[in-house]
Write a protein that binds this ligand. Structure first.
Ligand code: DC
Length: 216
């Protein structure tokens, strides 16, 4: 079956795309894949095996033998996992090892769903260039730092704001400057800047945009 609706949501860390993707998947009855979790799991698996996420052979080995059932959501949402994820994501062979899983998810969404929402950095440009709808979710650095600090503190992580800011700047730079699948809007993507929006406002805008695309 050809999926009826594939929504590609890309954007930097803490731009609000995860929350938005989850809500859109529910509203349109689509399967949801957080592709960042694949890179996070690869990063954590590399660390668990005693490897270095920045070393190609360690990271590729982890990506090729990835078993998502070994990770709880809490294992993957730490700041350490985010940093390791952006290091493994920099390595082209890691990206190649994770590509089929993502494409198959979009092509044959699980749970009998007729379509899928995928969020990440390169969904509209590389993973699903034929997606029905492409949205690039942005927010300025300071807004994203404050969102991430709040999220981590609510989880009880003892974090230093300046460290979160420095990590985010380093991750932004790694995500944007890498040679393979850098973070950038697809040519035809709708850009949604959530800096001054509530989650509800971002959702309403994205939903209206998707509805306008599928009515045509
Ligand atoms: O969205 P996130 O913070 O969970 O992503 C973690 C890291 O994974 C991020 O720094 C970049 C990388 N990533 C990627 O390179 N491509 C994707 N499609 C998703 C995430």
């Amino acid at each position: 079956m050809i999926p009826s609706l594939v929504v590609a949501l890309d954007g930097p860390a803490a731009s609000g795309k995860g929350t938005l993707a989850r809500r859109l998947a529910e509203a349109f009855n689509l399967a949801y894949l957080d592709t960042g979790s694949l890179y996070r799991a690869t990063g954590v698996a590399t660390l668990r095996a005693g490897g270095n996420p920045a070393h190609e052979s360690d990271a590729v080995k982890a990506a090729q033998s990835l078993d998502l059932s070994n990770f709880s959501p809490a294992d993957l949402r730490t700041e350490e996992a985010g940093v390791a994820a952006s290091q493994v994501a920099f390595i082209p062979a890691v990206r190649a090892a994770l590509l089929d899983f993502q494409r198959n998810f979009a092509k044959s969404p699980p749970g009998g769903k007729s379509g899928a929402v995928l969020d990440g950095r390169d969904i509209g440009t590389v993973v699903c260039p034929d997606a029905t709808v492409k949205i690039f979710v942005e927010a300025d650095l300071e807004t994203r730092v404050q969102r991430r600090v709040k999220e981590l503190r609510e989880k009880g992580e003892n974090i230093i704001e300046a460290r979160v800011r420095a990590d985010m700047q380093a991750r932004d730079a790694r995500d944007k400057d890498r040679s393979v699948a850098p973070l950038k809007p697809a040519d035809e993507a709708f850009t949604l800047d959530t800096s001054n929006m509530t989650a509800d406002e971002a959702f309403a805008k994205a939903r209206a945009y998707i509805e306008s695309k599928i009515k045509r």
